[in-house]
Design a protein. Structure first.
Ligand code: NAP
Length: 311
């Protein structure tokens, strides 16, 4: 019988019976390659440079931004953090993006989400130059993905999941994949990447209007959960031997922790009894997202170098 998770224990959630798809280990491998490429760019005279814009004082956003800046330092990228109070207006934020677009020393621009509600996030995404859109959310970059061109700047979380599946030797060809969630930043690009030529899965996208969700999920050889509902995916929804990727990061109250909360995924821990491979939360998809952001920034800098060489 699977031992219960010790909620007071530090470190990743227990994934007892399924093989752990360890995002930290996979991210470390990817980071080593990214650091190597970053060093080559710097040697050629172009240090990869990420500019992160943060508006307001959302504590979680500040934690995310700090970890992105730390990752830059670790891998030899330059970073610039631009902070503004929550009352920044749309025109001022657009002017900041315009300046960063025009700054040839900046290769990647990231405007941390969520923005305060008076700001139009989509308009900001659209304003970032596609070549500097290291989040991969610009319509040009998402459009390229729809066209099956997967060699550009891809959204970090879904491309991180693909990297983790490759690293974990998960064969997707011809397999049934179910993506639970259809958001612009995770679910939809995830489905496109799984179905892309080369990955070759047969993909179903499920969402809040899907009928008989449990039955749809149970058909999956590979199930990716990105709903934002702690523990929603139950063991009874999962086919024996399926690969389960838990994208969810949810804060749930926990009196046993000093800080009063812990992180939980969208997948119930009992799923480890039926899955063959599974990502832990934390320590699964989360580290991959930041590593992919670093890789995208270096890719953008490499594209700059190539452009310089051909002019
Ligand atoms: P989102 O924009 O809120 O989208 C959630 C999706 O789940 C929507 O498509 C929604 O359906 C669907 N959904 C919600 N409740 C459902 C239900 N009861 N049954 C079926 N479908 C349901 O969220 P997101 O940005 O994609 O993020 C999803 C989760 O991933 C969150 O926990 C987030 O924190 C986490 N996340 C993690 C990372 C990482 O680095 N690991 C990165 C990004 C996000 P409708 O479209 O019908 O509303």
């Amino acid at each position: 019988m699977r031992p219960k998770r010790d909620s007071t224990a530090p470190g990743p959630a227990v994934v007892d019976d399924a093989t752990r798809l360890d995002g930290r280990a996979c991210a470390a491998d990817l980071d080593a390659r990214t650091a190597h490429r970053a060093a080559a760019c710097t040697e050629a005279g172009v240090q990869p440079h990420l500019a992160v814009v943060i508006v307001g004082d959302d504590p979680a956003s500040h934690v995310y931004v700090a970890s992105k800046v730390r990752a830059c330092e670790r891998l030899g990228l330059r970073s610039t953090r631009i902070e503004h109070p929550a009352n920044l207006d749309q025109a001022s934020l657009e002017a900041i993006v315009d300046d960063l677009n025009a700054d040839s020393s900046v290769h990647g621009i990231l405007v941390q989400s969520p923005l305060p509600s008076h700001l139009d996030e989509e308009a900001i995404t659209d304003r970032i130059l596609p070549s500097k859109d290291v989040d991969g959310f610009h319509p040009v970059n998402l459009g390229r993905l729809v066209q099956g061109r997967t060699d550009g700047l891809l959204p970090c979380t879904p491309s991180g999941v693909m990297e983790l599946l490759r690293w974990g030797n998960v064969d997707l060809r011809g397999k049934r994949a179910v993506v639970l969630g259809r958001s612009r930043i995770v679910g939809m690009p995830m489905a496109l990447l799984l179905a892309a030529k080369g990955a070759d899965a047969t993909v179903t996208v499920a969402h809040s209007r899907t009928e008989d969700l449990a039955k749809v999920c149970a058909e999956a050889d590979v199930l990716v959960a990105a709903v934002g509902r702690p523990g929603m995916v139950q063991a009874s929804w999962v086919k024996q031997g399926a690969v389960v990727v838990d994208v969810g990061i949810n804060r749930v109250d926990d009196d046993t922790r000093e800080r009063g909360w812990r992180l939980e995924g969208d997948v119930d821990e009992a799923v480890a009894d039926v899955a063959s491979k599974m990502t832990p939360v934390p320590g699964g998809v989360g580290p991959m997202t930041i590593s992919m952001l670093m890789a995208n920034t270096v890719r953008a800098a490499e594209a700059c170098l190539t452009k310089q060489a051909t002019h």
